[in-house]
Design a protein around this ligand. Structure first.
Ligand code: MG
Length: 310
C-alpha cells in the first residue's frame, strides 16, 4: 500500500528515512523555458543549470533562508548547453546542442572543445555527461538538439545512430561504448563504478519505445557488458538522474523524482507540479536535491548524500 505524506509518495517504509518527511519542496526560481543540466559547485556554493530554448546557463546562489536565492545569467549565448558535470579537477564539462560537442570551461573562462566528431562525422547533440574517477568523460548523444530549432539547430544526423561515447582527455580518443539504444539520455556510475546506468527516452519517437534505465557492468578496462533493463518509468520518462552514496538512484520522471534502491525496487517519489528533467545533489554536504523541472528550479533537503564528485 502506498502512503502519501505531503509531497512524498512512500512505496517502501525505508523511504521515510531517506527523504525527510519534515522537509518541504521549495520552488527556488521560475522563468526557464526548459530547465536542464544542474551541477553544483560546493567550493563556491552555487548551482549552474541550463535553460535550453533560451540558450543560456543560469547561476543560482542560495540565500541563508533556504527558501530562495538569486539567479543570474552565467553565460548567454551558451551554445544551447544541456547536461553539465565537473571533471576531477573541478572544471565545468558541458554538453552543447548548438555546437554538437562536449566542451570544457577552463579556470580562466576559455572553452576547450573536447569531442565534436566521430570518424569525421559530427555528433548529434550531446545530452548528458559524467566523469569517471580515471578522468574519462562518458556522454550520451541523442538527437533532441537537432530534431528541431527549439533546443539547438535543426540538422541531419551524420553517423546514423544515437550512441553513448567515452572520451579520454589524456589521448583525445573518442570511442562508442553503447550503440543499440534508441535515445540514450541521463547516465551515472554506481559509487563503486562497477555499474553504469543509462536512461533511454526512445518513447519520444515511438509510442512502443523505451522509457527505462538500463544497467551495464563495467570491468577494470572500462568495457561494458550486460545492459539489462533496471527500471521502467510509470509516469513520463526518466531523463537525468544521480546516485547517492549508497547506490540508490534518484531520477527525474514525469511526476517528479523517483528513488530506487540498487536492486531496482521503487522506494518512493517526490511529487512535483511540473515534469522533472534533471537533478543533482548540492549544498555543502551534498544532501540537498536541486531539481530542474520544466520552467522552475526546485530544491528539497534529504537524509542522504549525493555520491557525485567533486
Ligand atoms: Mg537529458
Amino acid at each position: 500500500m502506498v502512503e502519501r505524506i505531503a509531497e512524498y509518495e512512500i512505496h517502501d517504509w525505508r523511504f521515510k528515512r531517506l527523504a525527510s518527511m519534515n522537509a518541504r519542496v521549495v520552488e527556488l526560481w521560475k522563468g526557464a523555458a526548459w530547465a536542464e543540466g544542474p551541477v553544483y559547485f560546493r567550493d563556491g556554493d552555487f548551482l549552474l543549470f541550463s535553460d535550453i530554448p533560451n540558450d543560456r546557463i543560469l547561476r543560482f546562489v542560495p540565500d541563508l533562508t533556504g527558501l530562495g536565492g538569486t539567479v543570474s545569467v552565467f553565460r548567454q549565448p551558451a551554445g544551447y548547453t544541456n547536461g553539465h558535470t565537473r571533471d576531477r579537477e573541478g572544471r565545468l564539462v558541458s554538453c552543447s546542442h548548438g555546437h554538437r560537442r562536449i566542451e570544457r570551461t577552463e579556470y580562466d573562462g576559455t572553452i576547450t572543445v573536447l569531442a565534436d566528431r566521430w570518424q569525421g562525422k559530427r555528433l548529434n547533440s550531446p545530452n548528458d555527461v559524467v566523469v569517471k574517477s580515471d578522468g574519462t568523460i562518458w556522454f550520451t548523444d541523442p538527437a533532441y538538439g537537432i530534431d528541431s530549432d527549439l533546443e539547438g539547430f535543426r540538422a541531419p544526423m551524420e553517423y546514423g545512430g544515437c550512441w553513448v561515447f567515452r572520451f579520454d582527455p589524456r589521448d583525445g580518443r573518442l570511442a562508442p561504448v553503447i550503440q543499440e539504444m534508441k535515445r540514450p539520455n541521463g547516465l551515472a556510475f554506481s559509487p563503486d563504478e562497477r555499474f553504469l546506468y543509462v536512461a533511454d527516452t526512445g518513447v519520444s519517437h515511438d509510442p512502443e519505445g523505451p522509457r527505462h534505465i538500463r544497467r551495464f557492468a563495467v570491468d577494470e578496462a572500462g568495457r561494458l557488458s550486460g545492459g539489462e533493463v533496471f527500471v521502467t518509468c510509470d509516469v513520463g520518462v526518466f531523463d537525468g538522474f544521480r546516485v547517492d552514496t549508497e547506490g540508490r538512484i534518484w531520477t527525474s520522471a514525469g511526476d517528479g523524482v523517483h528513488c530506487y534502491d540498487p536492486s531496482g525496487a521503487l522506494l518512493g517519489k517526490i511529487l512535483l507540479p511540473q515534469r522533472a528533467a534533471n537533478l543533482c545533489f548540492g549544498g555543502k554536504k551534498r544532501n540537498r536535491l536541486f531539481i530542474c523541472a520544466t520552467t522552475a528550479l526546485y530544491a528539497v533537503w534529504t537524509h542522504v548524500n549525493g555520491a557525485q564528485v567533486p
